[in-house]
Design a protein around this ligand. Structure first.
Ligand code: THU
Length: 137
């Protein structure tokens, strides 16, 4: 699966977003090491706090299905109904959820305008991270 193919699935996932409050839709496509892809979108809530990001929707679907080994995630975001107009970097909460299940070489393909993207590792996105390794003696 190429980064472009994964980004295309993230764009498709974006069309599923439920965003009546922010009007900002996010799509994610999570590639597992076994080749399966899980898509996710953001789902908002009138009480705001229960809103879930697109990246975590994808992760939690995959973890529910028993997936534990992940290769990469593609993410795209922007004003709902419009093409992305700038780089989309995942929020800190989503980066921490990624750290729970991914090594530091896990790749993030962040979509931007004109179907472009930038790639970073999780280690670059979340330096000096706290993980389950830090809870071992
Ligand atoms: N959002 C995501 O889905 N992922 C992120 O990493 C950042 C923000 C969503 C949450 C909310 O529905 C909307 O984007 C505006 O913050």
């Amino acid at each position: 699966m190429t980064p472009e193919e994964l980004l295309k699935l993230a764009k498709e996932a974006r069309t599923h977003a439920y965003v009546p409050y922010s009007g900002f839709s996010v799509g994610a496509a999570l590639l597992c090491k076994d080749g399966k892809v899980y898509q996710g979108c953001n789902i908002e809530n009138a009480a705001y706090g229960p809103t879930i990001c697109g990246e975590r929707t994808a992760f939690f679907k995959a973890v529910y299905d028993g997936e534990r080994d992940f290769e990469a995630i593609a993410v795209v975001g922007g004003k709902a109904g419009q093409e992305p107009s700038g780089l989309f970097p995942p929020c800190g909460v989503c980066r921490q959820v990624m750290r729970e299940f991914c090594d530091l070489d896990f790749k993030l393909y962040m979509g931007k305008e004109n179907d472009g993207y930038e790639v970073r590792t999780l280690g670059e996105m979340l330096p000096l991270s706290f993980s389950n390794a830090d809870m071992k003696e």
